[in-house]
Design a protein around this ligand. Sequence first.
Ligand SMILES: Nc1ncnc2c1ncn2[C@@H]1O[C@H](COP(=O)(O)OP(=O)(O)OP(=O)(O)O)[C@@H](O)[C@H]1O
Length: 282
Amino acid sequence: MAHPRLEADPTIRVSDLSLGYPAHAGGREFQAVEGMSFDVPRGDVVALLGESGSGKSTLAKFLAGRGPDAGEKAARIKLTGGEATVLDTPMRGLGRRTRARLTTYIGHLAQDAGATLTPELNVGDILFEPIVERSKRFDRDALGERIAEMMDIVALPLSKLQEYPYELSKGQRQRVAVMRSLMLDPTLLIADEPTLGVDANNRPKIVDLLRWYRERTGATLMLISHDIGMLEALVKDVLVMQQGRLVGQGDINEIFRHADHGYVQLLAQALRATAYDEIAEE
Ligand SMILES: Nc1ncnc2c1ncn2[C@@H]1O[C@H](COP(=O)(O)OP(=O)(O)OP(=O)(O)O)[C@@H](O)[C@H]1O
């Protein structure tokens, strides 16, 4: 059985990768990602950008090892061409046990994760849950200290640990979801819109949390985000997708300065406009 290698470099290697959703309801198989090739070096922070429906979430979910997770068969992501390796583990023909092992090391913040926190658990139990599911033996005091540090960074009072998701605002729930995605100390974190639904004042707190985590662990981060503050503060390289294909890739400053693809130019303009809007808001 393949064993994930935490020190693998690159952390992610993708070669001519195509991903699809199975045919259902008399339709045809749908190709959401087509012929993508890129590497993510160990310890890098990369942003995955692209318009709605370009395939970002599909790619993110697949690379996080969560491709087959969906309850409905029609929503399970299939590798339909090429290769991908994550932490030196080939994703083609990934067996159940290897996948379980791999996902221990990969944090996945799903899109709108704040909205899917377990309603019956309070915040403290939501944060402990990933640990408890893996092992009955853990250092509760050390973990408690780490949770307190994270709560401080994202400006949530400790009293929130006793509250249930319905008692929190949307932005507070999202901050809890981001903290939860870090609880197992992932070597690779793949986060889909970590600041979505969080107001402008609190978005920098999520950026601070991710920065704190990276500095502490040297983890590799793949972020789907068009939040200019997050991109400027954390990201080194970007991958730009359009209709399932990679249309731009490279250093964030270079790619926006010398964009030769029409869509990348439009995106760069839109991001700049967002930045000005936010400055105007403050
Ligand atoms: N379960 C599914 N079955 C069939 N097609 C799907 C399924 N989920 C997503 N798709 C399609 O795959 C394509 C890529 O979707 P995906 O969610 O990966 O894009 P995205 O770039 O993350 O978009 P957004 O920014 O809106 O989240 C879209 O055309 C979408 O309609």
